[in-house]
Design a protein around this ligand. Structure first.
Ligand code: ADP
Length: 367
């Protein structure tokens, strides 16, 4: 090879994937032109600074700890594994990125090379794949909801018709000159039985919806949130969302079905992002705190707040203000949260916008 240093330099400069090289203490030593484009910093402004400046909170504050833990215990979270995480540009906006980190030891020193692909700029096929996946999910929900509605209508019709008939009969008996009160009483008690039967059917359907098919596992709330945010930002048309996560230190784990809880987070974050469309401030804040026996997660936005007609029947199916909305996202969120033994509700965000909160039971013992 002619001049190895110049050769490597040319590769570094030309690589389409962003490369960030850090030393053992997390200080940036190399920042490729692709990284300059992705993060919006000229290399000269970041070389020598801590790499955590490329991450939103709380990862920013935690990064030194991770690095230290890796160096002392060898515990890997990203190094050699690769993950989808959230990056932060110079202007504070956030974006989903695929990060893989390699470790190298040039002349005895230890360095880490991060390869970063901005997923907002990834091939349109990827976006299309996501869209398709969403559509699929949407279609299957639609089908289940449609089936449920049909079954419910069919099953409920019988006892309700019967109850109405008994009541009408009772009315006719009372209209007769010498009303036979014993027969009236019989008719009323038969009507009551039918009404109770209708109640049973509803209860059965409800337990069917929340059927214990969940395969719960112990999960880290931090990880659930980080992954779901990257996915939510991936679907966002709006690019200047300032996403931040506030996750309490030493938060207990939760016992949940990961995909379902991420579906809840994804729905809430997508709603929040859509609500902030065209607003001057677009701040998405996800928070998690321990509270008694629960972990409480909040998704806050700086959108226009809940429309009055929606607030009055929040979490009911088919309530929507969007031209192409289905209005079942929130009702599904409620079903999922409640089947995990939690609660979900919404509040006005004091600074403007909406906060959705839900709880999940924490695991008893510390990790
Ligand atoms: P969809 O998104 O299909 O309309 P959802 O059940 O997820 O169904 O939401 C129902 C409605 O609740 C939305 O159409 C919207 O009017 C309102 N909504 C949900 N989240 C927010 C939010 N963060 N800010 C303002 N309005 C919201």
């Amino acid at each position: 090879m002619p001049d190895r240093a110049a050769y490597l330099r040319a590769v570094f400069d030309a690589a389409p994937e962003a490369m960030v090289i850090i030393d053992e203490r997390g200080r940036i030593e190399g920042f490729s032109p692709a990284a300059e484009r992705q993060f919006g910093y000229p290399a000269a402004d970041v070389v020598g600074r801590n790499v955590s400046l490329l991450m939103p909170s709380p990862y920013r504050e935690e990064h030194d700890g991770y690095l230290h833990r890796y160096l002392t215990t060898g515990e890997r979270r990203i190094i050699g594994i690769g993950r989808v995480v959230v990056g932060q540009r110079r202007d504070g906006s956030t974006f989903p990125m695929e990060l893989s980190v390699a470790e190298a030891r040039p002349s005895g020193r230890r360095i880490f090379v991060g390869f970063i692909r901005d997923l907002t700029e990834a091939q349109t096929t990827r976006a299309r794949m996501q869209e398709l996946q969403q559509e699929l999910l949407h279609a299957s929900r639609l089908r289940t909801t449609g089936q449920m509605a049909a079954t419910m209508a069919h099953e409920l019709n019988q006892p309700l018709t019967a109850a109405a008939n008994y009541l009408r009969g009772a009315q006719r008996l009372l209209d007769m000159p010498q009303a036979d009160l014993a027969r009236v009483r019989d008719a009323l008690s038969l009507a009551a039985q039918q009404a109770l039967r209708a109640g049973d059917i509803i209860r059965r359907l409800r337990s069917f919806v929340a059927r214990g098919e969940v395969q719960s596992r112990r999960e880290s709330v931090n990880m659930l949130i980080e992954e779901a945010s990257a996915l939510a930002l991936l679907g966002a048309k709006e690019r200047s969302i300032h996403a931040s996560h506030r996750i309490a230190a030493d938060l207990p784990d939760v016992m949940v079905e990961r995909v379902q809880v991420q579906q809840v987070l994804l729905n809430l974050m997508r709603n929040a992002i859509e609500a902030m469309d065209g607003m001057p401030r677009r701040e998405l804040t996800v928070e998690a705190v321990a509270e008694g026996e629960d972990v409480r997660v909040s998704v806050a936005d700086t959108g226009p707040g809940l429309p009055a007609e929606v607030a009055a029947q929040l979490f009911q199916p088919f309530v929507t203000t969007k031209p192409d909305g289905m209005g079942i996202g929130l009702s599904i969120c409620r079903t999922i949260v409640e089947s995990h033994g939690g609660r979900i509700w919404a509040e006005a965000n004091p600074g403007g916008g909406t906060v959705f909160r839900f709880t999940l039971p924490r695991v008893a013992d510390p990790a």
